[in-house]
Design a protein. Structure first.
Lengths: 111, 115
């Protein structure tokens, strides 16, 4: 089945620094979703991108979908300790409506 | 809405015992998913249902695992017999939509420990 590669696996930052996680696929994606899972919690839906080159913002979070619809990124500006958690991308391709999850990027923010 | 409800939150059992995990999806959602999460393998899709019908169970690891959805408001995931390598967090998720990829709403999960 389709796979999405997510990097990095872990990222340590000092509070106030920026953070970016990347999601890559070898196939063209129909859409991509991003989720956040706090330690000990469950994945929570953040956003969905559908259009080529689409950019969406949620406060300090910026989500991008590549022009070729094969990659996506999540960028957090000026991280805070509340941003700690694992960020997952989930993507669907072809005729499937079922998203495949990446392995996630765990963000650790040091105060 | 109460969201997706899973029970129990924690389950500790001995190897060889039967384990049943339960899930109540969000009312009106027509898709239900069972995921398993471990450090080694991440989030794995085990099986999903559409309108109570199992659509893809290719992620179910072995015959020891079975899942049912007798009605739109209830699903179970059963492991019989359980083994230590089944220890993981099991999530149930539901979504609504038949013509597009829809956001998944996850339950709080069941942390299973098999000793």
């Amino acid at each position: 089945g389709q796979q999405v590669m997510q990097i990095p696996q872990y990222q340590h930052v000092q509070e106030g620094e920026d953070f970016t996680t990347y999601c890559n696929s070898s196939t063209t994606l129909s859409n991509i979703q991003w989720y956040k899972q706090r330690p000990g919690g469950h994945p929570v839906f953040l956003i969905q991108l559908v259009k080529s080159g689409e950019v969406k913002k949620q406060k300090r979070l910026t989500f991008q979908f590549g022009e070729a619809k094969k990659n996506s990124s999540l960028h957090i500006t000026a991280t805070q300790t509340t941003d700690v958690g694992t960020y997952f991308c989930a993507a669907a391709s072809g005729g499937s409506y079922i998203p495949t999850f990446g392995r996630g990027t765990s963000l650790i923010v040091h105060p | 809405d109460a969201g997706v409800i899973q029970s129990p939150r924690h389950e500790v059992t001995e190897m060889g015992q039967e384990v049943t995990l339960r899930c109540k999806p969000i009312s009106g959602h027509d898709y239900l998913f069972w995921y398993r999460q471990t450090m080694m393998r991440g989030l794995e899709l085990l099986i999903y249902f559409n309108n109570n019908v199992p659509i893809d169970d290719s992620g179910m690891p072995e015959d020891r695992f079975s899942a049912k959805m007798p009605n739109a408001s209830f699903s179970t995931l059963k492991i019989q017999p359980s083994e230590p390598r089944d220890s993981a967090v099991y999530f149930c998720a539901s979504s609504f939509g038949t013509s597009t990829v829809s956001p998944l709403h996850f339950g709080n999960g069941t942390r299973l420990t098999v000793t």
